[in-house]
Design a protein. Structure first.
Length: 246
């Protein structure tokens, strides 16, 4: 079954029925929240809110290993991760979506691997590309089918947070080639790859990154989050419906 990891603005999904709730534990500890099996008009998926119910977990405090392993325990093989991000490049604009193509890691101190030679055998997974191309193509096709425009060549820089960036930090990220900035997706994507899951990130641009536009970032987030999440909902509806057919 499809697994959906919800981010900021998607701690719960409206208009679907929760048909099962599972409190899981893993060798890495407990996931951010109980997993919910959601029934859509067509199809079902497992849902896990990354920041916990009520959005209480900061990005660096999320137990990414427990979250990924919990989804695996539920039999999930394909994961669509939703992430609210800041826009560095001119497109996508706030309220628009990107299917992230590549990543740069600026995080530190997060438990970021299952395969460090202590808890599990040491492995050096390949991570180029970081997202399974076939799975990304399927998500892109679903977006096209439901009329949601996606930028598909976005590079996401993942910062430590929870504070937002300085303008100089964003200029540096832009020089590095980042077109988006967010605080999650890593180590989540790497752990999913270690676990053998197909994983893709659907990013919702909710604000212009620091120093790239006038005005308060929080006001921008408030203004664009809902429109962006409405589009995410459409993509999910199509994707879950298709998974039901497969
Ligand atoms: N920076 C980092 N993470 C974010 C941002 C941002 O501007 N907006 C949403 N998540």
């Amino acid at each position: 079954m499809l697994g959906v990891i919800g981010g900021t603005g998607l701690n719960e999904i409206e208009g679907v029925q929760v048909v099962e709730t599972r409190r899981l534990s893993t060798p890495w500890g407990v996931p951010s929240a109980p997993a919910q099996r959601l029934r859509w008009a067509r199809g079902e998926c497992w849902f896990l809110p990354r920041h916990g119910q009520g959005h209480t977990l900061a990005p660096h405090r999320i137990n990414y290993r427990a979250n990924v392993q919990a989804l695996q325990q539920l039999g999930v093989r394909q994961v669509l991760a939703i992430a609210a991000v800041g826009g560095i490049a001119a497109t996508p604009r706030p309220g628009e979506l990107a299917l992230v193509e590549d990543l740069i890691d600026y995080t530190w101190g997060r438990a970021h691997t299952f395969a460090d030679g202590v808890a599990g055998p040491l492995r050096h997974i390949e991570f180029a590309p970081p997202f399974n191309p076939e799975w990304r193509s399927r998500v892109a096709a679903c977006a096209e089918q439901c009329g949601v425009d996606l930028v598909t060549d976005a590079v996401l820089g993942v910062t430590q947070g929870p504070r937002l960036e300085t303008a100089a930090e964003i200029r540096r990220l832009a020089r590095d080639g980042c077109t988006l900035v967010g605080m999650t997706t890593l180590p989540e994507a790497a752990l999913a790859t270690e676990a053998g899951l197909d994983y893709a990130t659907l990013a919702v641009v909710v604000n212009p990154a620091a120093g790239t536009a006038d005005g308060s970032i929080h006001a921008a987030i408030e203004a664009s989050l809902e429109a962006g999440m409405a589009q995410v909902h459409r993509v999910l509806t199509t994707l879950v419906g298709q998974s039901a057919q497969a």
